[in-house]
Write a protein that binds this ligand. Structure first.
Ligand code: KE4
Length: 436
């Protein structure tokens, strides 16, 4: 058993940060509310390892919630950022890095004929929705319960009282008038998607969906689901918006759209394309994107959009992932972790449903062995208390997981056999510890 970890410095830092920032953090999930305890303040990271300010090192599966796909502080990424910084950190003018990164993205995703860079996935999604409404002249949008598209007002919406009713705010500060422009349906449920179009004929601008869902934990699209959404959108004159902020360049070079062979009209991207620096993007059919200012009337702008440092980090990250076997290597690592967790579930008797695709893995703490997790209802029925106990036992054994059952694990190319062996050894201890 490793010596007890001290986190006294993180505790002191958290006390201070909590006086200065809401919840002591810059983004809610980091506050450990889903698992309890004190969030760890990170000193530095390298490869698959992250180290907190008390000097405790962990195998990291948060990976900044997706961006760190080639590993932390990769020498090529650090060198590219350093070189770009020496040439100036921001110009407020076009730079050739935007062209190179746009070429890499449009070369990987045929649905993206043209794109606009922004600074976050939220910005990408909110801008894409504005574009869809402008292009169709329609106001309503449809999203799936359990899918997350950032915190723009129209996307912080609960499903209405009954299924398919117009949305109600899921956060104070969101006007009902805005939330009511969003209809929520069940993910992986084509019938509910069809009902939305039938109930609101000619009014729906777009159907927004995570083609691989990563914000209810990892839930894969059911056979034919994405193809069915494509057909519904075509039949009803709506646009299909794939939010690949998380799945883009994470599950495959071509994203989920390439794996499942469904071509969306608009795509949102983020995370990996910035290599750890703030980048988002939205793109799609040229006829749509040319409606964006200044080539068209749909306004969208950003001081730091296309920032040269962020472009440099994104370019070298994608170039590393473009190498012929990069996704085979990443998927093999990810599958090895998934297979190991399934075997440990059997050997320890702790029921797990482990979903995995490309560089994403997610063990769900289901109630009964053999249960699958294929939708929001099944995901939210999981034992979050047991996950919390597992999370802390993994920390005690040197593995840093997302502090929520409803996040995916993000392995990187830097997760070598030693890191994976350490992860599975820790998982065996942690599962036994939370078995009762
Ligand atoms: P950002 O605004 O956080 O860059 O992106 C929002 C977003 C949009 N679309 C999808 C599919 C996303 O997963 C996200 C953000 N993902 C979360 C992880 N669940 C970011 C972590 C956080 O909120 O701190």
């Amino acid at each position: 058993m490793p010596s007890p970890r001290t986190i006294a410095k993180s505790e002191a830092a958290f006390a201070r940060s909590s006086e200065l920032m809401p919840g002591g953090v810059s983004s809610p999930v980091r506050a450990f509310k889903g698992v309890g305890g004190t969030p760890l303040f990170i000193k530095d990271a390298k490869g698959s390892t992250i180290t907190d300010i008390d000097g405790n090192a962990y195998v990291d599966y948060v990976g900044s919630y997706g961006p760190m796909i080639v590993g932390h502080a990769h020498e090529i990424v650090v060198a590219a950022i350093t070189k770009a910084a020496g040439r100036g950190t921001s110009f407020g003018a076009p730079n050739e890095g935007e062209i190179r990164l746009a070429e890499l993205i449009t070369g990987a995703m045929p649905a993206v004929e043209m794109l606009r860079f922004v600074c976050s996935g939220t910005e990408a999604a909110m801008s894409a929705i504005r574009l869809a409404r402008a292009a169709t002249g329609r106001d309503l949008i449809v999203k799936c319960i359990g899918c997350y598209h950032g915190h723009a007002d129209g996307l912080l919406v609960n499903a209405g009282s009954g299924a398919l009713t117009l949305g109600t705010p899921s956060s104070p500060g969101v006007p009902t008038s805005i939330a009511s422009g969003t209809i929520s349906v069940a993910y992986n449920d084509l019938a509910s998607a069809a009902e939305a179009f039938e109930k609101y004929p000619g009014q729906i601008a777009c159907f927004a969906v995570e083609p691989v869902a990563g914000n209810m934990g990892l839930v894969l699209p059911a056979e034919g689901y994405l193809k069915g959404l494509r057909e519904l959108c075509d039949r009803h004159g709506a646009l299909l918006l794939f939010d690949e902020v998380m799945s883009g360049f994470r599950v495959a070079w071509t994203g989920a759209q390439g794996i499942y062979g469904v071509k969306p009209d608009i795509v949102c991207l983020g995370k990996v394309i910035g290599g750890g620096l703030p980048v988002g993007a939205y793109g799609g059919r040229r006829d749509l994107m040319e409606k964006i200012s200044p080539s068209g009337p749909v306004y969208q702008a950003g001081t730091l959009s296309g920032n040269p440092l962020a472009m440099a980090a994104g370019i070298v990250t994608l170039e590393l992932m473009k190498e012929p076997d990069a996704y085979d290597r990443l998927s093999a690592k990810s599958a090895k972790i998934a297979h190991g967790l399934r075997a440990l579930s059997a050997s320890t008797g702790v029921p797990l449903a482990v979903n995995q695709i490309g560089g994403m893995v997610c063990p769900f703490f289901v109630k009964q062995a053999g249960q699958a997790v294929t939708n929001y209802a099944e995901a939210t029925a999981c034992d979050t208390q047991r996950y919390a106990r597992f999370f802390h036992a993994m920390l005690d054994n040197g593995v840093y997981l997302p502090p929520s059952q409803f996040e995916a694990w993000f392995p990187s190319l830097a997760h070598d056999d030693e890191a994976i062996a350490k992860t599975l050894a820790a998982a065996e201890i942690a599962l036994i510890a939370c078995a009762d």
